[in-house]
Ligand binder design. Structure first.
Ligand SMILES: Cc1ncc(COP(=O)(O)O)c(C=O)c1O
Length: 399
């Protein structure tokens, strides 16, 4: 499978790339489409950005809406999930004493965003500690729901977590939040192209996800989805041509004939829209190469590698397999200087993989994408064993 697929990617031959999760990797045909857009733009900037842009921007919105099962007027392109979530977080009109309920597995840049907004508004973050290892849906849902109070205004959850690569079963918590009048804000940075996503069925108020990770479009392509009923709450982070004085009046259209939600967020001064415009090509590449089937192989390889590492370390996984992100697994490793191990894996073995400490646990977070192979997993396990002297430790423990 993978040798053939690796040809499609631009990744360097001298690096064993096991970190798709951080920034993704874009296949060559998709990247060529991206460059084609950029060439067209530079060929006639006024034609491209002045006359054609609004029509061009409609195409990825519609393609993504079909892929993620939502209305194409309810989804808009943003540069990255951080931007999409910032738009929401900075719009919610929080007051002193309001609570934002979240978990202890969230992404640091968004934790900072909440701290920033709390400092400005007097709201406070309440962190629910998810029981580990995560083995049942109820463990997660009951913990989150137990954290809801009269003061909870917002529920903020990652769908797939960054440090622990867990697939959180967020559905029941979202429903419960709705029934209590709590906004649900979901960080889906890792989900598009990683798990089949049905935004309408999920029913979150706000959901932002990256296309540039697992959907494999170029960097700088992401979306924000908002239920029609809550779109009017949102303010763009940058005021530009898309904004109108009337935009908050009932039934108002945006400056370019879409909903105000779309026009205000889509048009924010001059910028290069090529990455976003390439999203349909990324969807087509995945479809043409039967990527969900490839993803199944990747999931099996990720789980198998985690199982083998667990045998070497004697450490238990962070979750049951169904709560691990399909193509990403955070594997506990013995106590070590994680920065040194991370550097040595790259410098001595040419292996790119995040190694870090999360709470009290040292973790190697493995991503497996179509370009990866079983021999690469062997190489990684051998390198880590050597660095951490895993064989020696195990023999000592047994002896
Ligand atoms: C859970 C999570 N949220 C948000 C982000 C931020 O993504 P971006 O930098 O593309 O905005 C990441 C990035 O890895 C992430 O893992």
């Amino acid at each position: 499978m993978s040798e053939n697929l690796a040809r499609h990617f631009l990744l360097r031959d001298d690096v064993t790339f096991l970190n798709h999760g951080s920034f993704g990797a874009c296949p060559r045909p998709v990247f060529e489409t991206y460059q084609q857009f950029q060439l067209e733009l530079e060929g006639e900037p006024v034609e491209f950005l002045g006359r054609r842009l609004h029509e061009l921007l409609r195409v990825p919105r519609e393609a993504l809406a079909a892929e993620l099962n939502c209305g194409s007027e309810d989804i808009v392109g943003v540069l990255n999930a951080t931007t999409g979530l910032n738009i929401v977080i900075q719009s919610l009109g929080l007051k002193p004493g309001d609570q934002i309920l979240t978990t202890d597995h969230e992404y640091s840049a968004l934790e900072k965003t909440w701290d920033y907004i709390c400092r400005r508004t007097g709201a406070e973050v309440v962190v629910a500690k998810v029981p580990m290892p995560l083995t049942t849906e109820a463990q997660f849902t009951d913990t989150v729901i137990a954290g809801m109070t009269e003061r909870t205004r917002v529920l903020f959850l990652s769908h797939i977590t960054s440090p622990t690569a867990l697939l959180f079963p967020i559905e029941r918590a979202i429903t419960e939040a709705r029934s209590r009048g709590i906004f649900s804000v979901i960080d889906g940075a890792h989900t598009p192209g990683h798990i089949p996503l049905d935004l309408t069925a999920l029913g979150a108020d706000f959901y932002s996800g990256n296309c540039h990770k697992w959907m494999m479009s170029p960097k700088g392509s992401a979306f924000l989805h908002a239920r029609p009923e809550v779109q009017g709450l949102l303010n763009p982070l940058v005021i530009s041509h898309g904004w109108t004085k009337q935009s908050r009046e009932p039934g108002a259209k945006g400056a370019f004939g879409n909903s105000p939600f779309i026009d205000e967020i889509e048009i924010q001064g001059t910028r290069d829209p090529a990455a976003w415009l390439t999203v349909p090509a990324a969807i087509a590449f995945r479809r043409d190469n039967d990527w969900w089937a490839i993803a199944d192989h990747c999931r099996a390889l990720a789980q198998e590698t985690a199982r083998r590492l667990g045998e070497l370390t004697g450490l238990s996984p962070l979750s049951a397999p169904e709560f691990s992100a399909p193509q990403m697994v955070a594997m506990p490793i013995p106590e070590c200087d994680t920065a040194a191990v991370h550097a040595a894996l790259f410098e001595r073995y040419g292996i790119e993989i995040p190694v870090f400490k999360w709470q009290e646990t040292c973790i190697a977070r493995l991503s497996v994408q179509g370009y990866n192979s079983a021999p690469q997993m062997d190489k990684f396990l051998a390198a880590l064993s050597e660095l951490l002297e895993l064989g020696t430790r195990q023999r000592a423990a047994q002896g």
